[in-house]
Ligand binder design. Sequence first.
Ligand code: FES
Length: 99
Amino acid sequence: MALVLLKDDQISVKASVGTTMRKVAQATGASMEFGCRVGDCATCVATVERGMEYLSPLTEKERKAMSLIENADEKMRLMCQCSVISEEGEIEISYIHSC
Ligand code: FES
């Protein structure tokens, strides 16, 4: 299992392959915010501080939603759309930001 660090709530938890970051956040009670949960609203945008390589690749749908975010960069992902793809590694996420 990969180790997921939810930086803004100081939570660390192991997550198995296929687990979405939304499930990780909700299972741990993290303060990450969600809206549509299907990749349309971008409410769940967060910054992957480390471990992008352990997350599923950006989909076309996610890319489209991200294009609507001002000042988006390549470290930002939608937490309802990406999932763990590795049995090892560390993924560090921060999600309290102004945008
Ligand atoms: S909750 Fe709407 S895009 Fe993730």
